[in-house]
Design a protein around this ligand. Sequence first.
Ligand code: HEC
Ligand code: HEC
Length: 465
Amino acid sequence: MKRIVWLLALGFGTSEATAQINGPALGPNRITQAAITGGALSLRDIRRRGLEIFTSPFNHLDGHGDGVVDPLDTVSPGGRPTTNGTWLRVNGLDTQTCLECHSIVSNATIPATLGIGGVAGIGGSAFAGVTSIDIVDADASGVAEVVGRLINPPFLFGSGGVELVGKEMTTDLQVLKAQAQANPGVSVALVSKGVSFGSIVYDDNTQTFDTSAVEGIEHDLVVRPFGRKGEFISVRAFDVGALQFHMGMQPVEVVGSGVDGDGDGVVDEILVGELSALHIFNTNLDRPVEVGSRRNQVKRGRQVFFDAGCAACHVPELGTQTRTLDLAFPEIETDPTQNIYYSFDLANGPAGFRKSPNGGIRVPMFSDLKRHDMGSGLAENTGSALDPFFITPRLWGISDTAPYLHDGRALTLDEAISMHGGEGAAAAAYFGGLSAIDRVRLLAFLGSLRTPTDPAADISQPVRQ
Ligand code: HEC
Ligand code: HEC
């Protein structure tokens, strides 16, 4: 009930009710980077500001939308033909607020549980890089092919732990890269946290690395946990593009301070401090939970999960060495230890991760953070090629987040597993051959992976101003 009231009151949840009527949604009290690093604001204050940015419906006074059309590039944010207020939907300019696509905490409850940072159904899917949709079925195939990407939104819960795992892995891999360089001709195994990313060799004669045996990540050995293709090192890196793509909101860190990057008459649309607040808010969202893991059926299902080979990619848990997530600006992809401006504890703070004995946290996300070839059936059609690679999606919270797979084509868990092809084909075949009872057990185990019930409980009470 509480959350339903909250959603109804959304229009009043930002700093000023009147802002929705005749002023910018972000209001007059913009948060700056200096205010965040200055130490005068509490973590809670900053998170609350981040929440406001995440949930405020931006309008033209904030700089929503793109300005004049760029005839040379009418597809990318900044040049899209949107001056007259047209919602393109395809290739962005599809919403006013992040919340429109990240607002379902569970659709396994009746009614659905709403909350900030969740998933969306098909209505919230994004169309990216789309050049054609075969709406008239020109080739009479019975299928409306999409050239480009149709992607269903994942949730942001627990993303602080995910980001920390990724950064520690990157740091490990960069050390191994340096080792390879120091030992020319020796193949160095790229293993971090028990996950193998292949191997690398340095050739002293050509002074280059042979990266042909690197697996699951780019050859720069940077782990990028975010985006279904594994393209972004951090939530911040993702958020920059999300603001531009979905809303035509141009961050200062991209276009420059005082610069009207998209020609819509508004400058400083998203300040550096505002993106920091958004990042801090997102990475402090509560983590998913396991419910009923002691039940016999769930325990047996967990065993089936291992026997079927699921855990090879959906690695149940990865641990970290520290409990502190350091945020950097500007971010250096190969070195997460540079330019740190803010840090917080992921165990004792709102994210609530369980501590591990070695001083780190446990991140039970069920992913190896590697990209895998999932076969031609799941491949995305980029126009020039079929791209079958996806990062292993995290399965924590999975029982609350149908539909499944990158484009939401699987409406049940059963379908999602059966559709695994390529590197996942053997696991799908094993699943297909399970006895009825083992199938029920496996699904019971997946059913125990739940989203947090109220992911930003302490800061999400609606305020009517
Ligand atoms: C039109 C729907 C839509 C809107 C609006 C939207 N998102 Fe998303 N979001 C998505 C989709 C789809 C993905 C998956 C994208 C991908 O895989 O590349 C996603 C992924 C993400 C991720 C990465 C999650 C992960 O685990 O990989 C973050 C972070 C995120 N969104 C933040 C935001 C923020 C911040 C905003 C507001 C500025 C926003 N999103 C607005 C649909 C949306
Ligand atoms: C080779 C690595 C690999 C193996 C093995 C594997 N998966 Fe996956 N799994 C993936 C990838 C990659 C995706 C994303 C595919 C997509 O989005 O099109 C995925 C998607 C899923 C999804 C949907 C997740 C979502 O958020 O939409 C579920 C559920 C799932 N896998 C369960 C399983 C189970 C159960 C097994 C064992 C029977 C298994 N997987 C074996 C890599 C793997």
